[in-house]
Design a binder for this molecule. Sequence first.
Ligand code: SF4
Length: 386
Amino acid sequence: MTLNLRNLDLAGTQASLAPLGVGPDVGRRLFSVVHRDGATSLTCQTVRGLTKVSAAAINAQAAWPELEIVDRRRAADGFMKYLFRLPDDRVIEAVRIPLPDPAAARELKERRRRGEAPSLAALPTAKYTLCVSSQVGCALGCVFCATGRLGGIRSLQTWEILAQVRLVASEADHPIRGVVFMGMGEPFLNYDNVIRAARVLSDPAGGAISAKAISISTAGIVPAIRRFTDEGHHFRLIVSLGAPTSLQRRSLMPIEGRWPLPELMAVIRAYAEASGQRVTIAYVAIGGADGNTSVAHARDLAALVSGIKVKLNLIDVSDDTGKYQPPTADELSAFRDALTALGAPVVRRYSGGQDIGAGCGTLAASQRGGEACAGGSAAPAGPPDL
Ligand code: SF4
């Protein structure tokens, strides 16, 4: 039987290795060598306390599957999009998002207040967040999303999620300090593998990334949000709304037909109350007459989240089919002002990588023989606009 240690969290590693004579402490060191150091074979030199017999038994069973990086595209603003090939020849994407040192960001904000016009690109990068995929394609079919147009193909295994982080980190010039599950796929339709990957990433002996810097985004799988609440995870929850009314949301996100807004808002409220955490609502901002950023939309949205501990993130839609356009600067500032006047806590995220089509699904779709899926749901969100 094959043993894929890259698929296992700490408890799983210890349980799998116990029959091979490995105790919990050595199991923990071995877990660290696998996930932190990216080991592809184990010896008593690399894992303190591992006996030669146990090492031989593990190596005889172990498989070390790997992703292949097939493309990298760097945007002018420092965002970097990766395309990976999976063992079954499918392709997925991840986007590396540069984050500045907080002190440098504050200084830039101050300069802008003084009337200077430095760009975000002027900020030196201090660390990265990685936006990862959790599935190949996506079954939810949001109309503005290239990944949705691929359809639901399959869920990623835990190791396929973790490999995105490990491979990008291995060639990055700054550490990866955050991970957001907002790439291809609906993370909560791959709940077990996503949570296991998040556990490995946040384990001090694994990725050692703060749980609070790991965000899991969902389009609104209500039973999974309930489960996430009951399990008491410290990862951050992001819920995508897309529209403030059921009528409009149903036209943009078919999931509204399965779990409508009232049910979704009830579980968001329950999560916020149980966790004491502010839930991030990702609002994919669409401009124009058929968009979702009018003052009336602001009123509906403020009413929808009223009394719930949330933070609204406005993220420009990124749809290369051209059907859905991001709001103009005037539309967006009127929308944001209306939300603020109504007391809704709103930030506009910087939507990066526009020149490389960083919205999820765009690169993967183009690898499928140039079919028409050239859009994307939303360009990955970087730091708040400064
Ligand atoms: Fe799936 Fe997210 Fe795209 Fe909707 S926006 S189709 S949930 S990947």
